[in-house]
Design a protein around this ligand. Sequence first.
Ligand SMILES: Cc1ncc(COP(=O)(O)O)c(C=O)c1O
Length: 405
Amino acid sequence: MDLKQLREDFPALCEEHPVAYLDNACVTLRPHSVINAISDYYTKTPGCGGRSVHRYGTTVSKTIAQSRKTLAGFFNAPSVNEIVFTRNATHSLNQVAKGLSWNKDDIILTTDREHNSNLVPWLQLEQEQGVDHRVVPSNADNTFDLEAFESMCSEAGNRLRMVSVSQVGNLDGIETPIREITKIAKDYDALVCIDGAQSAPHMPVDVQSMGIDFFAFSIHKMLGPSGMGGLWGKEDLLNSMRTIQSGGQTVKTSHYDRFEWAKSPSKFEGGLGHFAGMMATGAAIDYLSKLDMNQVHEHEINLNRIMSNGVKDLDGVSIIGPEDASQRGGICSLLLDEKLPAHDIALLLDEVSGVMVRSGQHCVHSWFNSRGYNGSLRASAYFYNTEEDVKRFVDTFSEAVQAFQ
Ligand SMILES: Cc1ncc(COP(=O)(O)O)c(C=O)c1O
């Protein structure tokens, strides 16, 4: 990867004194091509896709169809009809949880380190419909405990209906062994839903070879516009699933006393959509498609190694997850003792040296609450970050830690 050239594509990195943006697990920066695609919609074709037949409408429809095709190719989805545009990964996971029909004795397994978006919809289902939601405990180092999972599947037996796990955790960057999980879950005929918010931007994803049923992703974490996410699902499952938003676009036709559902993806994309977002998604995925995602993953691990080695021996600081950065992708998430206030340090990092990180519980409240921690300070790298960025983080963070001791 020619980093210097890649960075020129991102206006935020072309400032005279560019920030060291290390909050990529939350939202990524956007390249010119994405910004231009958003602007093109509003300036050149500000019409309604999917319905109006005039030139604006036709261009919007065609560009959105192309974005869907590009996404299908990126994830190796068998059909464009399996790619649903949503507002974000949260919306996608809610669509799965609330779109399927459940029985009271159904068992749903998640893990003890899921983002709220892959926990709360299942807890809500348990509260409202009485399904049995169970949490698979992780190993002591936060990696996935395949043995515990296998024994919980066996205990659930034919009541096991759904396994929903993140492919990569936003808490710690740890990757979950999806193929092994799917193999076991399928022995019990359970569905497998993957929260891919933190994997899709950072590594090759092939929805077919993983053997899964659903894959939720965040387009704003993949260089795309805010307010955009997606859901991939097997076509027959999508077509048999309820939409959580009915109305315009979701039906083939309606009468005063009945209606006929449209098929996927229309059924799930009710109401006038985020056209600029859908169009610019194509530009974002085109950009990612030109990169070698294996190289992206390696680059992030190299940067994480510098961060992890630079901070691991500091007093009052410990890394969440295995010490070895290769098991945590681009995420370096740090637990700090009570003398080191994470929010204050995050503010200081930005003010003193333009290093942007995230502090808090990162929507994984359940993990922090169960262990009595207030939160962590998380630095997360992407392909456009440089060694200089992460060294700046290490240096300023180390100084801050000393200052607070
Ligand atoms: C692992 C994980 N799942 C789900 C989400 C929610 O994503 P979105 O903001 O697209 O709803 C996030 C966001 O940080 C995440 O990291």
